[in-house]
Design a protein around this ligand. Structure first.
Ligand code: NAP
Length: 227
């Protein structure tokens, strides 16, 4: 198989940076593309990280402009987020930004699309009363539903609370998810990045699936097989 060409929206984020480095160092992938929103970030990714980079602010870009950025790639990863900076930005980045990128994938003929959503986004009872997170979850849930309605080979990853610890390579099996106390529904960003990499390499196990991602005791290879 020829090396996969992957474009990452939200490349400058904490998950995005880890992912770009993993993709760059894995011979199954061609030089990845960082989609970022300032000229300084473009220079950083090209000159320091050593990957390709393009300036496309998904909030203000048209779908056609996003098509121009991702054309010719095999897969797009959406890991952008407003970071809780106001309801409007949550809607323009996490919701409409994600939907625009999905539309752009369809228009550009990029079938593979991986989205970083949020844990139990589908379950209103879980998040309705989570302090300060209602708008965020409305955006994530609605974006996920639009992605599921697309004809893309999507994978929707739904990580628990994101941590900055070193990756463990271990995940909580889905049939044992409820055994965890909710306070421990967390996952290291490095594990999210490596699971994205694994999903790109194992489409058979991950395409058209929504996958809750929480650290646990199961090695990633076994976790993937169980999906
Ligand atoms: N925090 C949690 O506990 C948690 C839990 C579950 C899921 N998530 C989701 O996981 C994803 C990744 O998290 P993270 O920690 O890596 O987030 P992060 O560090 O805040 O990164 C988000 C990235 O999105 C980029 N972005 C924002 N607006 C953009 C725009 N208009 N155009 C292009 N890029 C834009 C930001 O760019 P700049 O660098 O220029 O600001 C930033 O690099 C997010 O979608 C988040 O909602 C988070």
């Amino acid at each position: 198989m020829s090396p996969l060409k992957v474009a990452v929206v939200g490349a400058n984020g904490k998950v995005g940076r880890l992912l770009l480095t993993q993709l760059k160092n894995n011979s199954s992938f061609s030089t990845p593309l960082a989609i970022v929103r300032t000229q300084e970030q473009v220079a950083h990714f090209k000159n320091i990280v050593g990957v390709d980079a393009v300036l496309t602010d998904i909030e203000n870009a048209s779908v056609n402009e996003i098509v121009d950025a991702i054309k010719g790639y095999d897969a797009v990863v959406f890991s952008a987020g407003a970071g809780g900076k106001g309801v409007e930005r949550i809607f323009t980045v996490d919701l409409d930004g994600c939907i625009k990128v999905a539309e752009a994938c369809e228009n550009a003929g990029v079938k593979r699309f991986i989205v970083v959503s949020a844990f139990k986004a589908e379950d209103r009872d879980f998040w309705w009363n989570l302090k300060g997170l209602r708008s965020y979850y409305i955006a994530k849930r609605s974006a996920d539903r639009e992605v599921r309605r697309s004809n893309l080979d999507y994978t929707i990853l739904q990580p628990g609370s994101l941590e900055l610890n070193e990756g463990t390579g271990l995940f909580q099996p889905l049939d044992k998810l409820e055994e965890k106390a909710s306070a421990f529904y967390s996952v290291n960003r490095e594990d999210v990045a490596s699971f994205i990499t694994q999903s790109l390499l194992h489409p058979d196990a991950t395409v058209r699936k929504s996958i809750p991602l929480v650290n646990g005791n199961e090695p990633v290879e076994k976790f993937i097989q169980s999906l």
